[in-house]
Design a protein around this ligand. Structure first.
Ligand code: PLP
Length: 391
């Protein structure tokens, strides 16, 4: 047996620094009120923006798909054939996103890992926002391309980097659409303009924008009216779409090439028929009506305004993501514990997910919350904030 004592030290260190993450256990379906560690609490953590994770129509579609197609896809699509359902989802996503084509993957993480190394290699340069998601960072590493970071949301900084690497074979600018920890958004029109000037492709990871931003949740490209100008959009089906999976949308050429060469497509099985059928239903609902997206934004605006009125610092958010800044890992943990004791599930987020000293409670708004739910939450935030001397 190898000596594993180094892990005792690593774990002890995490504990000492207040960075050991204890994962709570959920005993019910997702929704506004859930049972966590045996206790009924108001859910303010989930990325279930629209309530699709436990939506009756999605559940029904998933059940019907199990009856018709069974529970598993039984192999990778490129070897053993693809189920018609997966193709249908991709066609519906492409139409919804107003792009030429879409391809689905097992997760948003995998969509990034599939895309970047397929398009970029050793002679190429990737220009990556310094706050990009971990899955983008890993995807860049896997590609072996040189990766240079530009200052967060800063088109001038991007342009400087592009000038420094003008001789690269291929150039790809990558940014999160919505930044998941701060809730700010990429200034896509400026980035696109600079990228086009320097003949660089643009890729936006819109995991927190799909189902949230734009007309009926068509995403950040739709929000800015940039259809046709962004080469690659990465989406997830696990957040607003409420299920699991990821997808890439864009020019048919790019999607065709991913279908030939993307390793997570070629070497890992697709998500199950039930997942896909539920996702198709989510797209159908959003195609019918933006009602849930509207409710999400109304809830967010109300909740954020009231928290700011109470004196909480919400940073720079312009989306339903609501960081309540605390600034110290142990205080953030204590705040989360106090919320829980008062009936609210809101988790503390610390390093390495956010920089040291930027510890926070990240509140996720949702269309599942009623006005009474939000008022209840506001009362608890006020009580805990005062109790801890933060207000
Ligand atoms: C959540 C997230 C992902 C990962 O999506 P999954 O479908 O959960 O794998 C990728 N990129 C960004 C920006 C995200 O926020």
């Amino acid at each position: 047996m190898a000596d594993l004592s180094f892990l005792d030290n690593e774990l002890a260190q995490l504990n000492e620094q207040g960075l050991f993450n204890t994962i709570r256990t959920i005993g019910t379906a997702q929704g506004a009120w859930i049972k966590v560690d045996g206790r009924k609490v108001l859910n303010m953590c989930a990325n279930n923006y629209l309530g699709f994770a436990n939506h009756p129509a999605l559940k029904k579609a998933a059940q019907a798909a199990i009856e018709e197609f069974g529970v598993g896809p039984a192999a990778v699509r490129s070897i053993a054939g693809t189920m018609s359902l997966h193709n249908e989802l991709e066609e519906k996503l492409a139409a919804f996103k107003k792009v030429e084509a879409s391809i689905s993957f097992q997760s948003g993480f995998n969509a990034n890992v599939a895309t970047v190394p397929t398009l970029m290699a050793a002679d190429d340069v990737i220009f990556s926002d310094e706050l990009n998601h971990a899955s983008i960072i890993d995807a860049c590493r896997l590609s072996k391309a040189k990766t240079v970071r530009f200052s967060h949301c800063d088109a001038n900084s991007l342009e400087e980097r592009l000038k420094e690497h003008a001789g690269a074979r291929r150039k790809l600018v990558i940014t999160d659409g919505v930044f998941s920890m701060d809730g700010d958004i990429a200034l896509l029109p400026e980035l696109v303009e600079v990228a086009q000037k320097h003949n660089a492709m643009v890729m936006v990871d819109d995991a927190h924008g799909e189902g949230v931003m734009g007309n009926a949740g068509r995403g950040i490209v739709d929000h800015f009216g940039l259809h046709g100008q962004v080469d690659i959009e990465i989406g997830t089906l696990s957040k607003a779409f409420g299920v699991v999976g990821g997808f890439v949308s864009g020019k048919k050429k790019i999607v065709d090439f991913l279908r030939q060469r993307a390793r997570p497509f070629l070497f890992s099985s697709a998500v199950t028929p039930a997942d896909v059928a539920a996702c198709i239903k989510a797209v159908d609902i959003l195609n019918d009506t933006g009602e849930l997206v509207e409710k999400l934004w109304n809830n967010s605006k109300y909740f954020q305004q009231k928290l700011r009125d109470l004196g909480f610092d919400l940073g720079v958010t312009v989306t339903p993501i609501t960081p309540v800044m605390i600034g110290d890992p142990n205080k953030a943990k204590a705040f989360s514990r106090n919320l829980f004791e008062n009936g609210i599930f809101g988790m503390a987020i610390s390093f390495p997910t956010v920089p040291k000293g930027k510890d926070r409670i990240r509140v996720m708004n949702s269309a599942t919350h009623s006005r009474e739910d939000l008022d209840f939450a506001l009362g608890v935030f006020e009580k805990v904030g005062r109790g801890m001397g933060l207000l």
